[in-house]
Ligand binder design. Structure first.
Ligand SMILES: O=C(O)C(=O)CO
Length: 330
């Protein structure tokens, strides 16, 4: 039987590529940079499967360009916002993602971003680089501690729980979270399920780890920020689309929240002249929460295994997007 053909839209770890090369004919956009749209449309033609990343918009146009043989989209990501699952559902195309392998790196990074923001590390480093470091000053670059603060986590899935677990050894005693359901494992970290309103009004440090869905799209907006505690901290490592960034910029001016750490924005990158840029109270990192070598290799292997499992006749895909076709966020 002829081997299926797949298009890989980006250079991926060789460990993943090897799996695909054994079982399929691989075409690859062998670059660190995103495949231009015209190349994507050209290269998917006649493919049985596509291995993509979060920058490839997989919509009706791409699915049409691929043609009738296309059976599976395997995204090397946790998020699936870039895939029109409705269109895939209509055509019976399976969608798989890599949800398990990135949780530790994402949770670890979220804790790092939280600490960098609460303790104002970048301002300290900036001062040193600018030669502003004089004799010790008692009130200079003071931040807040986590002990005795209320830490709120929006979205208590793998990453949210991972953050909570990592914060416990910091002597965090007041942990609250909001999610659609009570998470059984929340008891392991003494985290209390609260309403969204309670989360927003009670958190000293609000950490967003939720999935982007129609319900969470721009859930952090002008009204939400107005309810936050004065002096609070806002961290987002989930998806930019859950935040109204213009509203956030205005909110920071009013001190609710007082400091912000973002690894994701909407759009990405945020325009250079956006008021959140070049604001010393705002730390923005370029969507790197899962960037570790281990995670990148595991994501590539996971995405390759998902793709080859789908093309080699398995119906029970390990990481199939179970609600494929039910909604799209964009
Ligand atoms: O996996 C994802 O969804 C990312 O955002 C990058 O790891």
């Amino acid at each position: 039987m002829a081997k299926p053909t797949v298009f890989v839209t980006r250079k991926i770890a060789p460990e993943g590529l090897k799996i695909l090369q054994e079982k399929t004919n691989v075409k690859i956009w062998d670059s660190e940079d995103a495949c231009p749209r015209s190349e994507l449309l050209k290269n998917v033609a006649g493919c049985d499967g596509i291995l993509c990343t979060i920058n490839d918009q997989i919509d009706a146009e791409v699915l049409n360009a691929a043609g009738k043989k296309l059976k599976v989209i395997s995204t090397m990501s946790v998020g699936i916002l870039h895939i029109s699952t409705t269109e895939c559902g209509k055509r019976g195309i399976q969608v798989t993602s890599t949800p398990d392998v990135a949780s530790d790196s994402a949770a670890e990074f979220t804790v790092a971003l939280t600490l960098v923001t609460t303790r104002r590390l970048l301002e300290g480093m900036d001062a040193v680089l600018k030669g502003e470091w004089g004799l010790w000053r008692p009130m200079w670059i003071c931040g807040i501690e986590m002990v005795d603060r209320t830490i709120g986590i929006m979205g208590f899935g793998r990453v949210g729980f991972g953050v909570a677990r990592r914060l416990k050894p910091f002597n965090v005693t007041k942990l609250i979270y909001h999610d659609l359901y009570r998470a059984g494992y929340a008891d392991q970290v003494d985290a209390k399920l609260v309403t969204f309103d309670e989360l927003v009004t009670q958190s000293d440090i609000l950490i967003v780890c939720c999935a982007a869905t129609p319900k969470t799209t721009k859930i952090f907006n002008k009204e939400t920020f107005a309810k936050m505690k004065e002096g609070s901290i806002f961290i987002n490592t989930s998806r930019g689309i859950v935040v109204d960034h213009d509203a956030l910029a205005e909110a920071v001016q009013k001190g609710r929240p007082k400091r912000v750490g973002l690894d994701v924005t909407d759009p990405e990158p945020l325009p250079k002249d956006h008021p959140l840029m070049n604001n010393r109270k705002v730390i923005i990192t370029p969507h790197i929460a899962t960037n570790t070598w281990t995670t990148r290799i595991n994501m590539a292997v996971n995405a390759a295994n998902n793709l080859s499992a789908a093309l080699c006749g398995r119906d029970d895909l390990p990481n199939e997007y179970s609600y494929a076709g039910k909604y799209d966020c964009r």
